[in-house]
Write a protein that binds this ligand. Structure first.
Ligand code: DC
Length: 228
């Protein structure tokens, strides 16, 4: 591990609990938490605000030149990373099913991936980072010291997402959430550039029967084992 960066990567499909687990693990290790999905969601949000179609690569490219995205540490420990677009905090507006689908579309564009991957790598230079997303172990930080691939069945993931959305007071139909989740997984796995996949050297964890704390405990054991 001495040649590797002190970086933990956590990849996996949508709704698998990566954010909860990453945030907890980062707090325990005293590492910075990097939510790469929030960056794709911020670009999607920026496109929507500007009336730019996410399929129109040339238009997205010129918008990207003007866009200023910053990730700031959470306001208090355990809170979400703060996403700032053009000096406006937009984090709470990004965690919607619509932004998830739009982010998935925009994330297939080479120009978007190039910009965000470089920003993510710059944040990883100092090490001590927990990065979560779809390609953090394969493309962004192939030299990370610890890589995890978190998975769960689509039904279980849809159930959790429904609970989360209902907990926020939103009305949702479970079969629609499941259909969207399956669609997004397919799009994210089948795209040409940096598709969702486990790095060859990632440790796979299935969370169908594990809660977030149990997943974090497993990860912590691996990190501590390889540190010593
Ligand atoms: O993790 P999330 O649901 O916030 O991610 C939203 C979308 O962003 C996801 O469907 C695909 C894209 N994404 C990506 O392509 N690469 C990443 N490293 C993270 C997210």
């Amino acid at each position: 591990m001495s040649d590797n960066l002190q970086i933990v990567t956590i990849d996996g499909p949508s709704g698998v609990g990566k954010s909860t687990v990453s945030r907890k693990l980062a707090a325990l290790l005293d590492f910075t938490y990097l939510d790469t999905g929030a960056m794709y969601r911020a670009v999607a949000y920026g496109c929507k605000q500007a009336g730019v179609q996410v399929e129109d690569e040339a238009a997205v490219e010129s918008l990207l030149l003007e866009m200023k995205i910053d990730l700031l540490p959470p306001a208090s420990p355990g809170d979400d990373v703060r996403v700032v677009l053009d000096d406006k905090e937009i984090g709470p507006l990004l965690r919607t099913p619509e932004m998830g689908m739009l982010a998935s579309k925009v994330s297939a564009l080479a120009v978007v991936r190039r910009k965000l991957t470089l920003m993510q790598q710059a944040m990883g230079k100092a090490g001590k980072l927990v990065a979560e997303g779809r390609d953090t172990g394969t493309v962004v930080f192939p030299q990370a010291a610890w890589k995890f691939y978190l998975d769960a069945s689509s039904e279980e993931r849809a159930r959790r997402r429904v609970d989360q959305l209902r907990g926020r007071g939103e009305e949702v139909v479970e079969v629609e959430v499941l259909a969207q989740l399956i669609q997004r997984d397919r799009d994210d796995s089948e795209r040409t550039i940096a598709p969702l996949k486990a790095a060859a050297d990632a440790i796979r964890i299935n969370s169908d029967n594990l809660n977030a704390d149990e997943v974090v405990a497993k990860m912590l054991t691996e990190v501590e084992r390889e540190q010593g």
